[in-house]
Design a protein around this ligand. Structure first.
Ligand code: SF4
Length: 215
């Protein structure tokens, strides 16, 4: 295999397509491992450690995501984690590769605030379509489907997709996607109250030995 031109790696916790529970329309989903914030209400503690994910070069990851997008006839991608900006330069390189190969709608969930990210990585305003910022707070729930808690804000950088994102972000009917991945049942989406825990309890009662995970 030729050397990766970026020389940068990312740690992948999960890739899933089609994804329809995290972002407008049909998408490819990428969850990156690595987050040091240890928020008490975090829904994805299994993605805190980078080593929990599979190490991948930026180029190899971009190739996989583009192939999946083509297979599922979408140009939309959602990136969550973990903390996608934990390896910010690698993420920027990935975003650039994806943009250059036709991924036109990239939604990123980050525990950092939008203003912090813009100060550190100004190019995200051209590489990212929309950003949902801030860590999830259980005691501050939101009704809108794009966020778990009211402290989280939607930053729309690409005004060409304003209608699509406006329509999606005002919806309150939550969707949860249940998938099987690597011997585990995972629930994808944004939680509402104890929805995820209740579904997990239900699945666990049916399959007591099956590992269950939120994403
Ligand atoms: S920033 Fe996000 S992924 Fe990291 S610990 Fe907080 S809620 Fe979890």
């Amino acid at each position: 295999m030729p050397p990766d031109p970026h020389g940068l790696d990312l740690y992948v916790g999960l890739i899933h397509a089609p994804l329809w529970a995290l972002g407008p329309g049909l998408r490819v989903g990428l969850w990156l491992c690595g987050c040091q914030r240890a928020c008490p209400d975090c829904l994805s503690p299994d993605f805190w450690a980078e080593e929990a994910g599979q190490k991948s070069t930026v180029t190899a990851l971009a190739t996989t995501l583009i192939r999946l997008a083509q297979e599922h006839k979408t140009s939309a991608l959602t990136i969550s984690g973990g903390e996608p900006f934990g390896r910010g330069l690698a993420l920027l390189a990935l975003l650039k590769d994806l943009r250059e190969t036709g991924i036109s709608d990239i939604l990123v969930y980050s525990g950092f605030l939008g203003q912090e990210l813009l100060a550190k990585y100004p190019t995200i305003s051209t590489l990212v379509t929309a950003l949902v910022d801030g860590a999830y707070e259980t005691l501050n729930p939101s009704k809108e489907i794009f966020r778990g808690s009211k402290n989280q804000k939607l930053w729309l950088f690409d005004q060409n997709l304003k209608d699509i994102y406006d329509k999606w972000s005002c919806q309150t009917q939550r969707q949860v996607q249940i998938i099987a991945s690597q011997g585990q049942i995972r629930l994808l989406g944004v939680p509402k109250g104890r929805d995820f825990e209740n579904i997990m309890d239900e699945v666990a009662s049916l399959r007591p030995n099956l590992p269950l995970t939120l994403s």
